[in-house]
Write a protein that binds this ligand. Structure first.
Ligand code: ADP
Ligand code: MG
Length: 280
């Protein structure tokens, strides 16, 4: 690992779309896993009260909540837990997690009375951002305060989208929210791209929807990644409590996850050079 990278704060990716089931969590977990496998220091933040990323990594969300090692405690204005103490090593210590459970939904309500809540996560992550090369934030299926906090903390947003109408309709709204976030609180925020998921190339409807996704991506000047195919291994990995790419490295769609991980490494390297004032 080049030394320049170690000087820069972590490159932070939010994985977001205000629709459930589009593979936000699957994408977050597997991209975090791939970056860690490459030898980078990775922190995954489970920013969804459903705690799916926590479960997908085989962790006991409720138990961690009792130990106060979660995002819930971290974002609780009554607690001053140092961020380092909210971190749990996962995947046999390969990378780190800030876990979540349903208790986080209560904190989301209390964030509403805090006028600076969209910067709360950014502030908490800044305590540890020099300990990591990458931070990946999984977000809930809405444009509420937790998603706003993730956008406030991120450098990049990746938008997984199922090739179906509701997901497609959500993208322009999310892009507008990203633009607002950029103008108001986080001017460096950028869209990494749109990732089509659950794709079945044999169906006419999926092909048509992919074409529509391409139109949306072009209209907004956003990169469209190759689609992730539908594969039962993703569902099985949730039950097994392990990243799908750990159990089945050659699972359908793994190439797209690998391409995204490679792209993040490229961006981080460019940024680290700028950070160290070296010629790019
Ligand atoms: P989100 O976080 O957007 O709600 P998830 O990542 O939890 O979505 O995915 C929803 C469900 O779909 C999960 O059961 C997951 O295992 C499954 N899944 C994700 N990606 C795929 C895929 N490519 N093929 C089949 N099932 C998938
Ligand atoms: Mg999820």
């Amino acid at each position: 690992i080049p030394t320049a990278r170690n000087l820069a704060p972590a490159l932070t990716l939010a994985v977001s779309l205000q629709k459930g089931g589009v593979a936000k969590t699957t994408t977050s977990v597997n991209v975090a896993y791939l970056l860690a496998k490459k030898g980078f220091r990775v922190l995954l933040v489970d920013g969804d009260p459903q705690g799916s990323a926590t479960t997908n990594l085989g962790e006991d969300a409720h138990g961690l909540e009792l130990k106060k090692k979660t995002l819930t405690t971290l974002l609780d204005s009554r607690s001053d837990l140092p961020t380092r103490e909210a971190i749990t090593p996962v995947c046999e210590g390969l990378f780190d997690l800030i876990a979540s459970s349903i208790a986080l939904s209560e904190i989301e309500v209390s964030l509403m009375s805090d006028p600076t809540s969209s910067l709360a996560l950014r502030e908490k992550l800044s305590e540890v951002s020099s300990d990591y090369d990458f931070i990946v934030i999984d977000t809930p299926p809405n444009l509420g305060l937790l998603t706003a906090s993730a956008l406030g903390a991120a450098d990049l947003v990746l938008i997984p989208s199922q090739t179906e109408q509701l997901s497609l309709m959500g993208i322009p709204l999310l892009l507008r929210a990203i633009d607002r976030t950029k103008r108001r609180i986080n001017r460096n925020l950028q869209v990494l791209g749109i990732l089509p998921t659950h794709y079945d190339p044999r169906t006419v409807v999926d092909k048509a929807m992919l074409a529509e996704l391409r139109t949306i991506a072009e209209r907004h000047g956003v990169e469209l990644f190759e689609p992730i195919s539908r594969a039962v291994a993703y569902k099985e990995s949730v039950l097994a409590g392990k990243p799908a790419l750990e159990r089945t490295p050659d699972v359908a769609g793994n190439e797209s996850f690998r391409r995204i991980a490679d792209r993040l490494v490229e961006i981080a390297e460019t940024r680290a050079k700028e950070y160290a004032h070296e010629p790019v």
